[in-house]
Design a protein around this ligand. Structure first.
Ligand SMILES: *Cc1c(COP(=O)(O)O)cnc(C)c1O
Length: 435
């Protein structure tokens, strides 16, 4: 397959071509180790002088075929699979930022990533400055320091569905000689290919739409191959100076455009071992084969539900990038013209004299088809009310300070018929009002 094929064809075929008598589908290579010709060949593998498989903690053929499919979809030069989306963001940053380093990150990112950067990285000696992604470039500029190693953001933030101005962030990063890493979990490469807008590295929680049926937890990192590490050698010595754990290998010299992913595989996977199991990679490969068919459906159903909610007298507000009322509508039109994703947020209006937080909680309990879940972005429509669930210990006041309205509901539209989703919302509202 070549990159000239369109997205749908890549979803089905990229990363694997079966020969005569071979399996049609990507096979699961369920093996810890691999056989070598002789000890000299094994030594060459360990010295990175020859590429090949030797132990599944570092690399596995099933994973590599599926990773190659994701690399083709994103238009990157190389990709790797990790055990989770968390591991993908951890590896993507830690591969080029160690103790003493600094990261500039958008504030509106997934809670797990916010904790990883703000809490765990801090313990590891990495400082992070969070910035308002909608602030003018001159404002964000002030966050950079001489030891800044990368800029991080989410193309579509979870759960706020804010759209990142990728070009603005890429320009800021490149002006300071560092790469832009973006998490493209919600749009998927079907709706946005961030490399085309200047991002250097893309991460994914493959747990979400890429899988699509909620069967595996996994992550992926893709490198565009565009960032010139050698031009900023002083900032990235791990890639541009001899690595003593590999007999003085210089990753950029030995591997060129594959340096970043090779380093992550041969040092981080070797030492930390957060690899995706081949079985999970197989499920991911299956999910990818229908991604281009599923994403448009998630988006069209979500838009239909968002429009209906917006025109309902029981709904106070709806936040979905495709709606003209969204503050990010112009960014959606630019970066996600074919659709954003199936996730939106909205708030209900309570009947007179009823507390909206309590009313929302009652409404949620009356749902029949839509499930209450912390998960998002798969075939099942689900809702989460942070004030009743994930943030329940906080007062209304504390919630507002954290940027979560007490009435905020996160809604993830699955693949059911939108008419049935809307009917369930209507009957739950009816029942909640009668209580
Ligand atoms: C879910 C999610 C993650 C974390 O992924 P896991 O697979 O749950 O570890 C990271 N980023 C985004 C945008 C997510 O939605």
């Amino acid at each position: 397959m070549t990159k000239k094929n369109s997205v749908g064809t890549l979803c089905v075929h990229a990363g694997y071509a079966s020969g005569k008598g071979q399996p049609r589908q990507i096979p699961i290579i369920q093996s810890t180790t691999f056989k070598y010709e002789n000890s000299e060949q094994m030594a060459r593998l360990f010295d990175l002088e020859e590429s090949g498989y030797f132990y599944t903690r570092l690399q596995n053929p099933t994973n590599d075929m599926v990773a190659a499919r994701i690399a083709a979809l994103e238009g990157g030069v190389a990709a790797m699979l990790t055990s989770s989306g968390q591991a993908a963001n951890f590896f993507a940053c830690f591969n080029i930022c160690e103790a003493g380093g600094h990261i500039v990150s958008a504030t509106s990112i997934y809670g797990g990533t916010f904790n990883l950067l703000g809490t765990t990285f801090k313990k590891m000696g990495i400082e992070v400055t969070f910035v308002d992604q909608n602030a003018p470039a001159e404002e964000i500029e002030k966050a950079f320091r001489p030891n800044t190693k990368l800029v991080f953001g989410e193309v579509l933030s979870n759960p706020g569905v804010m759209v990142l101005d990728i070009e603005k962030f890429a320009r800021l990063a490149h002006d300071h000689g560092v790469p832009l890493i973006v998490d493209n979990t919600f749009p998927t490469p079907v709706n946005c290919r961030p490399f085309e807008w200047g991002a250097d590295i893309v991460t994914h929680s493959t747990t979400k739409y890429m899988d699509g049926q909620g069967v595996h937890v996994g992550g992926a990192i893709v490198d565009s191959g565009n960032f010139d590490w050698d031009a900023h050698s002083d900032k990235f010595p791990g890639l541009t100076t001899p690595d003593e754990s590999y007999h003085g290998t210089i990753f950029t010299k030995s591997f060129g455009k594959l340096a970043y992913i090779t380093k992550a595989t041969t040092t981080l996977m070797r030492d930390l071992g957060c690899i995706q199991s081949p079985q999970n990679a197989f499920y991911l490969g299956l999910g990818l084969q229908t991604l281009h068919v599923r994403m448009p459906r998630h988006c069209s159903s979500a838009l239909e539900v968002a429009r209906q909610l917006e025109s309902s007298p029981d709904v106070a507000w709806v936040n979905y990038p495709e709606l003209e009322s969204s503050p990010d509508h112009a960014l959606q039109q630019k970066y996600l013209p074919d659709g954003s994703c199936g996730v939106m947020c909205f708030g209900l209006k309570a009947p007179k004299g009823v507390n909206v937080r309590e009313f929302t909680s009652v409404f949620m309990d009356k749902l029949k088809l839509i499930t209450i879940e912390t998960h998002v972005a798969d075939c099942y429509t689900c809702m989460l009310h942070p004030a009743s669930h994930t943030h329940r210990q906080m007062s209304d006041e504390q919630l507002r300070e954290a940027g979560v309205a007490p009435e905020l509901i996160r809604l993830s539209i699955g693949l059911e018929d939108p008419a049935d989703i809307l009917a369930d919302i209507r009957q739950a509202l009816e029942a909640a009002r009668q209580k």
